[in-house]
Write a protein that binds this ligand. Structure first.
Ligand code: SF4
Length: 303
């Protein structure tokens, strides 16, 4: 396959996935002005390229504003990115805010900078979106980011969550969208090479990659040796959640999956405490008499 044909094939595949993600979660509406966050890496270039393609073809009107933040890293030179944006006809802004000095001053030697650095960057970009009149902020996270985040949360913070395709910020001022979430990093990386995007180096900050994220990446790479479609399956799992097979009592309540109060109380009596049935572990519900009570709603008495 020639390079040109391969490029068209990859671009079409990514454009389809982006369109599906936008449609599935209503990421873009008529009249939106979308601030496209450009880190200067492969993901953000690809996202902007695909959003522009979608904008030209879409039946609704929306506009794009590419925004890049110069964080004051030593040796930073964003001219390649600015040149590319200008020569491709994009409306853009380059913002400057020395978050690097703040991070250096506040993070202990040997610790990774990323957490504080990204929080500061987010703050600058969220404020800029309001000032620039943007209704949405687009971030270039992809499938692999989502899966790594899922595993990080499972392994280190006891939470079953990944990255939302669309999120209203806590203060209600910004809506963040992630239109690349259905796309594999390897596909994006290949297209970025073929399209010769002028990538900005991402090691200027001198930070070490987050150790836990690195651990998860290695785990996934190892997993793919024995289960080559593991990432595809994990992405599918994120769109195929069975709350009834999880044990989040609050979620059960919200979804109306909990057993009616009187049944729950009866079960709690049987189990000798006052917790609701949703709090009971699966093995206890499997106990025949209790399970039957849950099914029939009959009150059980402790004999
Ligand atoms: S890699 Fe560097 S620039 Fe990126 S978030 Fe971490 S500290 Fe910030």
């Amino acid at each position: 396959m020639s390079t040109g044909t391969r490029q068209v094939k990859l671009e079409n595949e990514l454009a389809r996935e982006l369109g599906r993600c936008i449609a599935d979660f209503g990421l873009i509406s008529e009249g939106d002005r979308i601030m496209v966050c450009m880190s200067g890496g492969k993901d953000s270039y690809t996202m902007l390229h695909l959003l522009e393609r979608a904008r030209r073809k879409a039946p609704i009107r929306f506009s794009l504003l590419a925004v890049h933040l110069d964080q004051g890293h030593p040796g930073y030179d964003g001219s390649k990115l600015a040149g590319w944006l200008a020569s491709n006809g994009f409306e853009y802004r380059i913002l400057s805010e020395d978050t690097y000095s703040v991070v250096k001053a506040n993070v202990a030697e040997g610790k990774t900078y990323c957490s504080l650095c990204s929080r500061l960057r987010r703050g600058v970009l969220y404020n800029a979106a309001v000032e620039l009149g943007c209704s949405k902020i687009a971030l270039g996270h992809h499938r692999d980011d989502a899966i790594e985040t899922l595993l990080l949360n499972l392994m280190f913070s006891g939470q079953l969550k990944s990255m939302p395709p669309k999120l209203l910020s806590d203060d209600g001022r910004n809506t963040v969208i992630r239109p690349l979430l259905y796309s594999a990093e390897s596909t994006i990386a290949e297209l970025a090479v073929l399209m010769q995007f002028p990538i900005l180096p991402c090691d200027l900050c001198g930070s070490q990659e987050n150790l836990k994220r690195k651990q998860v990446k290695n785990l996934l790479t190892a997993l793919e040796q024995s289960a080559p479609r593991a990432k595809e399956s994990m992405l599918a799992a994120l769109s195929n959640v069975r709350p009834s097979h999880l044990f989040d009592a609050g979620l059960w309540q919200k979804l109306g999956l909990h057993i009616e109060p009187e049944r729950g109380d009866a079960l709690a009596d049987v189990m000798g405490d006052s917790s609701s049935v949703a709090d009971l572990p699966q093995r206890e519900l499997a106990e025949p008499a209790v399970a039957a009570a849950a099914h029939t709603g009959r009150t059980l008495r402790v004999l």
